[in-house]
Ligand binder design. Structure first.
Ligand code: NAI
Length: 425
């Protein structure tokens, strides 16, 4: 059985202090979580609940875990990606009262899933996932726990996608909130968060400039829009690839070149996949690429760039820089893969994930959803649920208040007008 991180790190005390510093910095910029923490400390809404979490264990996530524990929960947490954990933050989190952290960076598949099982061993009554690993493991291997599970909350597009597929098959046996799909999450985290943090991570990892580069963005969904906009803002030329006609048209109307990947492969200097799909960049594309291109993925799983095919094509591979693996082809071209094709904004050695303010919003929604599951559990049948709009609005209101932003309210006449069908010309 996997032990908590505190029992596995040689330099635990040093790591704990470093992780705590990162958490304290993040907390200073998370007014939504701060406001909710005050409510939770007073009301203890999670008293008696056990919350299992599988998320990217870095500073902002640690604050979410900490405020849930402050609200009375026993929290057990591990990573949702083998490369995104910050060991020092995991150590600091493990030292928080009421929290046990199993997350460790760089573990192999066996250790990764053993840590998921260690979280499940706490017999969670609520699950908080980023990618659905906990929900899947509980349904497949620990179905006896489902009766006592109040519900779950899911952070990302791919997790919600998998949950809806499971629900359609009649296999999802407890309620789960699609946190990803709320305006307060998706319109900020996926768009601006992924855009800013992916570009920052690529630039810091490679020490290369965006200006004058052609950046190929695969997928023009929420994440792709953010990546394209920020790359364009850094004076790169942006090419978009899509499979959905309206998304392709949107990209075209924004002024980006839209091309099939077979053609984009010949044009790009940097390739960033954001599709949530598999096999987006494959052998025929590698064959067409220039020497020196950068290949990065910002989608949830490491299946968007076919690294097996690239490995087969390569005559040599070597670490060109920390977090950059060069694949040298027979004709001498070098194709450079960042972060082993895993989430580039979270999995390079220097990656920090999304900006703190953005995650404050996402985790604010997570926190109010967990409270809703406890307080109104009878209102939700097994299956995927949209987050009630009132909860999302509460998070927006806290944020606006903390920013000192005032905004208008509808007058009674306006409300009546908006609700009426009789008013016409
Ligand atoms: P989305 O559904 O809004 O967009 C995905 C887009 O990719 C769609 O427009 C779809 O038509 C397109 N697409 C699908 N297959 C394609 C293909 N073969 N070629 C070109 N385009 C294709 O999803 P969203 O919210 O943008 O999320 C995308 C991925 O990013 C998911 O895996 C999600 O979990 C992940 N994600 C990653 C984050 C990060 O921190 N890196 C943050 C949030 C989401």
């Amino acid at each position: 059985m996997t032990a908590p991180i505190s029992e596995r790190l040689d330099d635990f005390e040093q790591a704990r202090a470093s992780g705590r510093r990162k958490m304290d910095w993040a907390a200073q910029h998370m007014p939504i979580c701060d406001a909710l923490a005050s409510e939770f400390e007073t009301d203890q809404p999670f008293d008696g609940e056990r919350i299992g979490m599988a998320m990217h264990v870095e500073a902002k996530t640690a604050i979410l875990a900490e405020i849930l524990a402050a609200g009375g929960a026993e929290v057990a947490i591990t990573g949702c990606n083998p490369l995104s954990t910050h060991n020092d933050v995991s150590a600091a989190l493990d030292a928080v009262d009421g929290v046990t952290s199993y997350a460790e960076r760089g573990v192999d598949d066996e250790a990764y899933y053993a840590a998921i099982e260690a979280v499940i061993d706490h017999e969670p009554t609520i699950t908080v996932d980023d990618g659905m690993d906990l929900v899947a493991a509980i349904h497949e291997d620990y179905p006896e726990l489902i009766d006592t599970i109040v519900g779950g909350a899911e952070e990302t597009t791919t997790g919600v996608h998998r949950l809806r597929a499971m629900d359609d098959d009649g296999e999802l046996n407890y309620p789960v909130f699609a946190v990803n799909d709320t305006p307060m999450k998706r319109l900020f985290d996926n768009v601006h968060g992924t855009g800013e943090s992916s570009l920052a991570s690529i630039a810091m990892t490679t020490n290369l400039s965006w200006a004058g580069k052609t950046v190929v963005v695969a997928g023009y969904g929420h994440c792709g829009k953010g990546v394209a906009k920020k790359a364009s803002g850094q004076n790169a030329d942006v090419v978009v690839t899509e499979v959905e006609p309206r998304r392709a048209l949107e990209a075209h109307m924004e002024g980006y070149d839209v091309l099939p990947m077979a053609e984009a492969a010949e044009e790009g200097d940097v390739f960033i996949t954001t599709t949530g799909n598999r096999d987006v960049i494959v052998e025929e594309h590698f064959e067409a690429m220039d020497d020196g291109v950068l290949l990065a993925n910002a989608g949830h799983f490491d299946v968007e760039i076919d690294l097996d095919a690239l490995g087969d094509l390569a005559v040599d591979t070597y670490e060109a820089r920390d977090g950059v693996q060069a694949y040298e082809l027979a004709d001498g071209r070098r194709l450079n893969v960042l972060a082993e094709g895993r989430l580039v904004n979270l999995a390079t050695p220097i990656a920090l994930g999304h900006p703190v303010e953005v995650m404050d919003q996402s985790f604010g929604v997570q926190a109010v959803c967990v409270r809703e599951l406890v307080q109104n559990s009878e209102a939700y049948d097994p299956g995927v649920h949209d987050v009630p709009d009132r909860l999302d609005k509460v998070v927006a209101e806290i944020k606006l208040e903390s920013e000192g932003v005032e905004y208008d309210a509808l007058t009674d006449t306006q409300s009546e007008y908006m609700d009426s069908w009789q008013h016409g010309t």
